[in-house]
Design a protein around this ligand. Structure first.
Ligand SMILES: *[C@@H]1O[C@H](CO)[C@@H](O)[C@H](O)[C@H]1NC(C)=O
Ligand SMILES: *[C@@H]1O[C@H](CO)[C@@H](O)[C@H](O)[C@H]1NC(C)=O
Ligand SMILES: *[C@@H]1O[C@H](CO)[C@@H](O)[C@H](O)[C@H]1NC(C)=O
Ligand SMILES: *[C@@H]1O[C@H](CO)[C@@H](O)[C@H](O)[C@H]1NC(C)=O
Ligand SMILES: *[C@@H]1O[C@H](CO)[C@@H](O)[C@H](O)[C@H]1NC(C)=O
Ligand SMILES: *[C@@H]1O[C@H](CO)[C@@H](O)[C@H](O)[C@H]1NC(C)=O
Ligand SMILES: *[C@@H]1O[C@H](CO)[C@@H](O)[C@H](O)[C@H]1NC(C)=O
Length: 807
């Protein structure tokens, strides 16, 4: 009897608790333990909370919502002692019960869904019985391949809805240290999966859209005072800057000194951060572990205070990568610093928050020793509390307080994750229209390879617990009868003993799908690649299975960075190749939908797929983007590498064909100069035409308006509907020394029904889009014959820029 009651009663209690959680209008968020409070509250400025603390809220101006944030934040800071202040500038802010200030954990992550930070950090975003899972969208490298700005923003919106719901349930903070927007300068970098690829413009555009999706509240995207604009959640663009070496042949990020030219810095490394701050109005930037030209990124006042806060006008706070301040001492041995020196240098540089405990442990001593002013700490606190005010931490956010469990892993979000994965698939090869497979002909399929039954490999890193998984095997089973053979135990594939059973499976099936690639055991945070090949026996597996298959063979690759699969591209037995990236929890469904033609793929590679010999030509630690002729180093990224590739940046096929025609275009731009606008010289290669006025400083020009307009008509000339990414490149005038080969300056994705057409209009600003950064760090607009190129030379036309001196 007792036992029966034990079981039944716990079920009843469980039901009671969960239904209470569902119905409760506002749930646990502010938890003041270890103070003497037992209750939880939704906001700091709750009169009941103050009275439970033995305080009267009316005594505290910082809780008076009729006052400006300026006045309130100052009131709050002025109440604190130095010791109390320094306890608030680490990621764990301890709060000050004496004055009613609650504690707060600043560290949550949402790279492609709410991630499980709980594994490192007991108080940030985490999962348990109350919130068992959250929607796991594709990794950013895959989502980027969709080249669809509204998709990027929609994912940000879905993630922030889940974030608010989890915050309400006490399972996440309000400040998320995502996205990762470092440019993938070298194909070996282990963190490519977290990023939007190798093109600074694409990376910056992704950043601005994802950040706006996370942060913006519909209807109040802009306010007169950006420092009081309300936020859904706070995002963070990281890791600033020139960070893209993790651990390569013993060189690791906490010791690495990136030697970077000012030209590369402006043009490539900081460009996406500038777009993130200016276009995305992000509330936070995180500085990186590495040094840049000798100086630790988190201790450089030129990079932080002067650039992010000064020049770009950040409305928010600057945070360190975790333990970066300690890394200055322990790893970089920066200036033989004592902890107080490092802390004061970072504070003076403009670093507001230390993810770690160096600020908390040493900032008060640094002040007492006279190494930094207490006022610098006040400034940091001000930047931090403005963000918490905007998030409703003090006053609540009625708009979001009804979000709860049913808003996490909703059908709508899972469908968006599936859609994102479909849009991110890149078709690399499709011999004679092998794909899509036809269910009338293909009744049985052999599904082989180390990723054939991939689950957690699809969600990569900075992941949460997904709502569910649809593996490739699951997805393909919905279209045909599947015979599964692993082929390899795992991606390392160190043993060929499972190849034979895979060949057997392929001999009998109507089609064979080989799902191969790499995973976090090969490319990850703290793990760069040493080559670009498929590991172990995977190449043999593909070649041998392809040699004996009865039906057509399709190779699906899961990876973030490019893999040298030229052997499969050139193997006549491999009829088609699809790159799936790391496609998130619904990845297997998306792969199946593409292979069987339910969805016509339209993704494009967000980075160059290099031949494996590329990495033998230059060390990963060589930072220049341009070729280094004296050392025989080739250039980096499509902008500067002029050699053969496995597949180039922007590559991607469709099941249909598209035609382009130019419907209208600006062909020339005459800019009149006054006598204060001086011509600047540019270096031209020998023998090329150099205009009399080679260039003008961009900042000297009136560049407020979009002055270039192009319209193209995209026709779907095939027999199936499809989406096309219209990619607009700029090629600078011929002969300018060290200018990029080309640069993406715009892209739009359009759906065009079979036989139909769509007009696509680009409105650009010549100063922003057609400019170069010279070797001295000036932004210049060159005169002469520029070209606009659409796609892979599908359409191109010249745009002449002329400067006329008028006095
Ligand atoms: C909090 O709960 C504990 C244990 O239930 C109790 O002993 C304590 O008195 C409570 N504190 C307050 C302030 O209610
Ligand atoms: C872009 O993404 C949105 C989802 O936010 C989707 O509705 C739309 O169809 C996509 N556009 C194209 C052309 O695929
Ligand atoms: C291409 O496909 C068509 C139709 O399925 C077939 O008739 C033709 O022989 C194929 N061509 C090659 C080169 O395989
Ligand atoms: C596929 O993987 C899942 C999760 O790891 C496992 O439960 C399932 O048994 C696997 N399927 C096959 C056919 O091995
Ligand atoms: C390869 O793997 C099989 C099955 O796991 C095992 O029986 C065999 O001993 C392995 N061979 C080698 C050379 O490691
Ligand atoms: C441009 O020319 C000047 C003068 O000849 C030279 O000093 C400089 O190094 C050149 N710069 C580049 C990038 O070639
Ligand atoms: C690329 O290299 C080839 C061969 O060296 C050369 O002819 C061509 O001009 C180069 N193109 C660019 C854009 O540098």
């Amino acid at each position: 009897m007792a036992k029966f009651c034990f079981l039944l009663c716990s079920v009843l209690i469980f039901l009671a608790i969960s239904s209470e959680a569902r119905n409760a209008p506002s749930l646990a968020t502010i938890n003041d333990s270890p103070s003497n409070l037992n209750r939880t509250y939704t906001k700091v400025c709750d009169p009941q909370r103050f009275s439970d603390l033995g305080l009267d809220m009316n005594d505290f101006a910082y809780c008076d919502s009729s006052l400006s944030y300026d006045v309130r934040v100052k009131d709050l800071i002025d109440r604190m002692t130095l010791t109390e202040k320094v306890q608030q500038i680490g990621d764990k802010a301890y709060g000050v019960p004496r004055i009613g200030l609650a504690k707060y954990e600043w560290w949550s992550e949402a790279l492609h869904g709410i991630s499980d930070v709980g594994q490192w950090n007991s108080k940030a975003s985490f999962f348990d019985d109350v919130v068992p899972a959250a929607t796991s969208f594709p990794c950013p490298i895959t989502t980027t391949a969709a080249f669809n700005q509204s998709l990027w923003k929609s994912i940000g919106q879905a993630v922030s809805t889940e974030a608010r719901a989890m915050y309400n349930l006490g399972h996440a903070g309000l400040t998320f240290w995502s996205p990762n927007i470092n440019v993938v300068r070298d194909p070996r970098w282990g963190r490519a999966l977290e990023t939007p690829g190798e093109d600074p413009f694409t990376v910056g555009t992704y950043a601005a859209n994802y950040v706006r999706g996370l942060q913006d509240i519909e209807g109040i995207e802009n306010t007169a005072d950006p420092n009081s604009r309300p936020l859904k959640v706070a995002a963070c663009c990281k890791h600033y800057a020139a960070y893209d070496v993790d651990n390569w042949l013993g060189v690791d990020r906490t010791h690495f000194d990136a030697r970077v030219t000012e030209q590369d810095m402006l043009e490539t490394f900081v460009k996406p951060f500038e777009m993130c701050v200016k276009d995305g109005d992000v509330t936070s930037v995180m500085c990186s572990y590495n040094r840049i030209n000798g100086i630790p990124a988190c201790a450089d006042p030129k990079l932080l205070r002067d650039t992010i806060r000064g020049e770009w006008d950040l409305h928010g706070y600057i945070v360190s990568d975790c333990d970066s301040v300690q890394v200055m001492i322990d790893n970089h041995k920066w200036l033989s610093d004592e902890p107080e020196d490092a802390v004061s240098q970072a504070l003076k540089a403009g670093l507001d928050l230390d993810c770690g405990n160096y600020y908390t442990n040493y900032a008060d001593k640094a002040v007492v020793q006279g190494k930094v002013k207490e006022k610098e700490i006040d400034e940091s606190l001000k930047n931090l509390y403005f963000v918490l005010m905007r998030l409703g931490f003090f006053d609540g956010s009625p708009k979001f307080e009804s979000l709860g469990k049913e808003d996490v892993c909703s059908d709508e979000h899972i469908e968006l994750a599936t859609q994102a994965a479909r849009e991110g698939m890149v078709l690399l090869k499709n011999f004679n229209g092998t794909l899509p497979l036809n269910t009338d002909e293909i009744k049985t399929i052999a599904v082989v390879g180390p990723h054939a039954n991939a689950t957690n490999a699809m969600i990569g890193n900075y992941a949460g617990v997904p709502c569910k998984y649809v593996s490739p095997l699951d997805g393909l089973s919905t279209y045909a009868e599947v015979q599964y053979a692993m082929g390899c135990v795992n991606v390392m594939c160190k043993n060929s003993s499972l190849v034979f059973p895979a060949m057997q499976a392929a001999k009998n099936a109507d089609a064979t799908i080989i799902v191969a690639g790499i995973d976090l055991s090969v490319e990850a945070e703290s793990l760069d690649r040493v080559d670009l090949l498929l590991p172990g026996y995977q190449t043999e597996l593909i070649n041998q299975v392809a040699a004996v298959s009865k039906g057509p063979v399709i190779v699906v690759i899961m990876s973030a960075g490019g893999v040298d699969i030229s052997f499969a591209r050139d193997n006549g037995n491999v009829k088609a190749i699809l790159w799936a990236g790391f496609p998130g929890e619904e990845g297997g469904q998306a792969i199946a939908d593409v292979l069987f033609g339910k969805y016509n793929p339209g993704g494009r590679l967000p980075l160059t797929w290099h031949e494996s010999s590329y990495v033998d030509m230059l060390p990963m630690t060589s930072m220049p983007l341009r070729p280094v002729d004296s050392l025989g180093y080739p250039g980096r990224t499509y902008k500067f590498f002029n050699g053969s590739t496995v597949y180039p940046f922007g590559y991607g096929l469709s099941y249909t064909t598209f035609d382009y025609s130019l419907t209208s275009a600006e062909r020339s731009l005459n800019i009149q100069l006054n006598k204060f606008q001086h011509c600047r010289d540019l270096n031209y290669t020998d023998g090329s035409f150099k205009p009399p006025c080679p260039a003008i400083l961009t900042e000297d020009l009136q560049c407020d308006d979009n002055n270039l307009e192009f319209e193209v008509e995209v026709s779907n000339t095939g027999t199936v509907d499809g989406s096309e990414v219209v990619m607009l490149y700029w090629t600078p005038p011929k002969g300018i020394v060290e200018s990029p080969i080309k640069q993406l300056i715009g892209f739009q994705k359009v759906f065009v029904p079979a036989g139909g057409s769509q007009k696509v209009k680009f409105q650009l600003n010549a100063c922003k889009s057609l400019g170069i950064v010279n070797y001295r760090g000036y932004h210049l607009l060159p005169s002469g014959g520029h070209s606009i190129v659409i796609g892979d030379n599908l359409l191109s036309f010249p745009v002449g820029i002329n400067f006329e001196q008028v006095n």
